[in-house]
Design a protein around this ligand. Structure first.
Ligand code: UDX
Ligand code: UDX
Ligand code: ADP
Length: 472
């Protein structure tokens, strides 16, 4: 079978960019992205896409309504497709067995049941959502138990390794593409067909094929390794603050060892995002279920250290502001979990905001890409606060960093947006309460320069800078 039509179920952070790039690179394939949310589909068909990702809009504009379609007609898209990606959300379970840790596969299962129900011809079904080891097997069992007469399914695991903020580049210049499938003849044939799609732009030697289990576990393992690097460096940032060593100098020296490498050694207020915490918790849960408690606690420590890092940072803010932030105005610059995205899932900024609000602070929040409604949703969510009305009164959301910082006691940088590096800090200083503090949770600013202006500067992994100006 030559793949002519692809359907992708789930028009989110994974499905949207991935299929846009496939459409761009494979003009001979028709790609339809479907979602049960008509609002989402409508946004994908508009000039304001539902997600912000550098370069994405240009790709969509080039391909939309040519060989790239966004639709709510799930039935038609599944019926016509030769290959179906499942890229629905896989949140952490909120209730029941494995609550707070195991992946909730209800959306994956829903998508599989839908495919079984609708498909009238053979399909290759590709699991693209981050899902725990053995999810492909569950999909397979659902499909094979419910298939229509004469309809055959092949299930592949093809995890997505894109990072938000650089998704288009990650997809176009992928380090590798990983495809896992059954060892049977049919499985190997399906792997070949999906490889052919990627070979439109990815060199064949970068396409790795494995069994299904290896593919699924590799995705969890890659995220666990990456997150553990951040927890490694963050743990040492605490030692730096206590000793006078500088974590940037340490990271530079350590990273120069080619066995270690220099990437992902940026100390911060802790990692966020929809993947790291979720995937590691998932790995921990799987290890516990497999009766491997030592392995479970080894990886749990990566999460615990991340919690510690977030707590340490906010404690420091309160401590330096004379042990009280009650009724003080603080500016939060950056709410997304990293720069170049409007995504706030598991953003450390949410934790920082919560702790400061619990301490009675008034927050002025500014982020260049996160919508005000999203910030409000995050901070008034029932899992976040029992008193949404109180929170609403304690926060103000701005669309300008100068207005957000005016009249505040402190500026707290929670996201490493480039825009924050170029702000006029002299002006910001002149409009703030004195003494004026900056807490740089992302280590992006020039701290000596800020101290010379008159700020008290605290950052991660370095002793606090107090320069004797203005009588201090
Ligand atoms: C180490 C550091 O590599 C070196 O930079 C430092 O100066 C001294 O300590 P060494 O202990 O001599 O050097 O050997 P190394 O190659 O690092 O191996 C240490 C242990 O790890 C060995 O038992 C080795 O077998 C094991 N190892 C290494 C693995 O099990 N897997 C690996 O991938 C690498
Ligand atoms: C991650 C993986 O990188 C990607 O391969 C996988 O497919 C999905 O999960 P993403 O969550 O989009 O991607 O972003 P990433 O760049 O990995 O950053 C995750 C978090 O770690 C962010 O909060 C970021 O600010 C933080 N981080 C990253 C650090 O604190 N320090 C670093 O050195 C790098
Ligand atoms: P991710 O980051 O994994 O891409 P998102 O939450 O951004 O996750 O996107 C997942 C999308 O999948 C959502 O837009 C959701 O509406 C959609 N979705 C979930 N289940 C189904 C389903 N059964 N049919 C169609 N779309 C679905």
């Amino acid at each position: 079978m030559v793949i002519k039509k692809i359907c992708c179920i789930g028009a989110g952070y994974v499905g949207g960019p991935t299929c846009s790039v496939i459409a761009l690179k494979c003009p001979d394939i028709e790609v339809t992205v479907v979602d049960k949310s008509s609002e989402r589909i409508q946004q994908w068909n508009s000039n304001k896409l539902p997600i912000y990702e550098p370069g994405l809009y240009e790709v969509v504009l080039k391909c939309r309504d040519k060989n790239l379609f966004f639709s709510t007609n799930i039935n038609k898209a599944i019926t016509e497709a030769d290959l179906i990606f499942i890229s629905v959300n896989t949140p952490t379970k909120l209730n029941g067995n494995g609550k707070g840790r195991a992946a909730d596969l209800k959306y994956v299962e829903g998508a599989a049941r839908m495919i079984a129900d609708i498909a009238q011809s053979n399909k290759i079904v590709v699991e693209k959502s981050t899902v725990p080891v053995k999810a492909a097997e569950s999909i397979l069992r659902i499909l094979r138990a419910n298939h229509k007469k004469g309809v055959k399914f092949q299930i592949l695991s093809n995890p997505e390794f894109l990072s938000e903020g650089t998704a288009i580049d990650n997809l176009i210049n992928a380090d590798r593409v990983l495809i896992g499938g059954e060892e049977s003849e049919g499985g190997q044939q399906a792997i070949k067909e999906l490889s052919w799609v990627y070979e439109h732009w990815i060199p064949a030697e970068k396409i790795i094929t494995t069994n299904t289990w290896s593919s699924e576990l590799s995705k969890l393992a890659a995220n666990a390794f990456l997150a553990s690097r951040i927890s490694n460096i963050n743990s040492l940032s605490a030692v730096c603050e206590a000793t006078g060593a500088d974590i940037s100098e340490v990271a530079n020296a350590v990273g120069k060892d080619s066995r270690i490498g220099s990437k992902f050694l940026q100390a911060s207020i802790g990692f966020g995002g929809s993947c790291f915490q979720k995937d590691i918790l998932n790995l921990v849960y799987i290890c516990e279920c497999l009766n491997l408690p030592e392995v479970a606690s080894y990886w749990q420590q990566v999460i615990d250290l991340n919690e510690y890092q977030k707590t340490r940072f906010t404690k420091k803010i309160v401590e330096l502001l004379f042990n009280t932030v009650s009724d003080k105005k603080l500016a939060i610059l950056g709410f997304a979990f990293k720069k170049d995205t409007g995504d706030t899932r598991e953003s450390p900024a949410i934790y920082v905001a919560k702790t400061l609000l619990d301490e009675g602070a008034k927050l002025h929040i500014y982020d260049p890409k996160v919508e005000a409604t999203q910030i409000l949703d995050d901070l008034t969510h029932p899992s976040f606060t029992p008193d949404p009305e109180g929170v609403r009164k304690a926060i103000e959301i701005y669309d300008d960093p100068y207005q957000a910082t005016a009249g505040t006691h402190a500026v707290v940088i929670c996201t490493e947006w480039d825009e924050f590096i170029g702000l006029d800090y002299e002006e910001i200083y002149s409009n703030m309460m004195k003494p004026a503090f900056i807490f740089d949770g992302r280590k992006i600013l020039n701290h000596d320069k800020l101290a010379n202006i008159g700020f008290f500067v605290h950052t991660v992994g370095k002793q606090t800078v107090y320069k004797a100006v203005n009588g201090f």
